[in-house]
Ligand binder design. Structure first.
Ligand SMILES: Nc1ncnc2c1ncn2[C@@H]1O[C@H](COP(=O)(O)OP(=O)(O)O)[C@@H](O)[C@H]1O
Ligand SMILES: [Mg+2]
Length: 278
C-alpha cells in the first residue's frame, strides 16, 4: 500500500500540492483527474521518490520515500511519464526495454524473455532493432510502458497514457490495467480522458484542483456530480449526459452502451404501441 500523508510541494515557491492525503491499496485501479496544472503529475512523481515532499510524507509499503533511493523505489513502482521520449537513452528498442531487468541482475535468457513479453503486451513485437526516437508518439508511449513492465513492478503509475493512442491501443491498455488488478497489483493513472475512464471502470476516481484533492469516490458517484466536474474543468461522459436528457430510469448509474440502447428501444417500442392506440 502507498500512503500519502498531508503532502505539500512547491516548485521554487510555486505551490503544486497542498495538504494532499490519499492511500493506494493493492488490487485497485485509481484514476487522478483534474484541470491542467492541478498537480496530478507532481503527485505521481512523489510515488516513486523522484520528488520528495516539502512537508508531510509518502510511505511505500511502510517505507518513507525520503529514506529510500529512487532506484529502490523504481523496482516497486513503475512510472510512465507524460513525455516518455525524455525517458529514452538506448539506441534500440530492445536495449531500452532490457535496461531495467539487466539492472535487476537477471541473466540474459531471463532478460530476453522479459523484453519479448513486454513488447508483445504493448503490441511492439518486431520493433526490437528500431531506434526509439524513430517511433511515432503513440508507439513511444507504448515503448515507455514496455520498459516499465519488463521490471515487473508491484505498482504501476501512468501519466496521461491515452494521449496519441488509437482505439485499439486504448482497449489494449484497458485490458493490461485490468490484468494488473487481477494480479493484486495497483494501478494509478493521471488522465483527462473522461470517456476512456468511464469505459475503464476504475475502483476510485480522485479529483484534483489547484494542488488539492477535492473529492474521491467510485465512478458512479464522481461522474454523476456535474458541479464537481465543472469545478475541475471536466465534462461529464456523453452516455451520462444522454441518460439525463432522455430522463431514463436505469438500473446502473454508469450504464454501458448496450444497457442504454436496450432502454431506448424499450421506450421507442412503448411510444409506438401507444401511438397506434393499442
Ligand atoms: N518543473 C516545474 N517547475 C515549475 N513549476 C512546475 C513544474 N512542473 C509543474 N509545475 C507547476 O506545478 C503545478 C502542477 O503541475 P502538474 O503536476 O504538472 O499538473 P498536472 O499534471 O495536473 O497538469 C502547475 O502549476 C505547474 O505549472
Ligand atoms: Mg500532468
Amino acid at each position: 500500500m502507498i500512503e500519502v500523508e498531508s503532502v505539500y510541494y512547491d516548485y521554487n515557491g510555486h505551490s503544486a500540492l497542498v495538504d494532499v492525503s490519499v492511500s493506494f491499496k493493492n488490487g485497485n485501479i485509481y484514476v487522478l483527474m483534474g484541470e491542467n496544472g492541478a498537480g496530478k503529475s507532481t503527485l505521481l512523481k512523489h510515488l516513486n521518490g523522484i520528488l520528495k515532499p516539502k512537508s508531510g510524507r509518502v510511505l511505500v509499503d511502510g517505507v518513507d520515500t525520503r529514506e529510500a533511493t529512487v532506484a529502490e523505489l523504481c523496482r516497486k513502482i513503475g512510472l510512465v511519464f507524460q513525455n516518455p521520449e525524455l525517458q529514452f537513452f538506448c539506441e534500440t528498442v530492445f536495449k531500452e526495454v532490457a535496461f531495467g531487468p539487466e539492472n535487476l541482475g537477471l541473466d540474459s535468457v531471463m532478460v530476453k524473455s522479459r523484453v519479448e513479453n513486454a513488447l508483445r503486451v504493448v503490441g511492439l513485437t518486431g520493433f526490437e532493432e528500431r531506434v526509439p526516437w524513430s517511433l511515432s508518439g503513440g508507439e513511444m508511449r507504448r515503448l515507455a510502458l514496455a520498459s516499465i513492465l519488463s521490471m515487473e513492478p508491484k505498482y504501476l503509475a501512468l501519466d496521461e497514457p491515452t494521449v496519441g493512442q488509437d482505439r485499439f491501443s486504448k482497449e489494449n491498455l484497458k485490458a493490461l490495467i485490468w490484468r494488473f488488478k487481477g494480479m493484486g497489483k495497483s494501478v494509478i493513472i493521471a488522465t483527462h480522458d473522461i470517456e476512456w475512464v468511464y469505459d475503464l471502470k476504475p475502483d476510485v476516481i480522485i479529483l484534483m484542483s489547484h494542488g488539492r484533492i477535492v473529492a474521491q469516490g467510485p465512478p458512479w458517484e464522481i461522474l454523476n456530480d456535474t458541479e464537481l466536474l465543472k469545478k475541475c474543468n471536466l465534462v461529464r461522459p456523453i452516455l451520462l449526459t444522454l441518460c439525463d436528457s432522455l430522463k431514463l430510469p436505469l438500473k446502473s448509474s454508469t450504464p454501458s452502451v448496450t444497457e442504454l440502447a436496450r432502454e431506448i428501444r424499450k421506450r421507442i417500442g412503448e411510444k409506438f404501441v401507444l401511438s397506434r392506440g393499442f
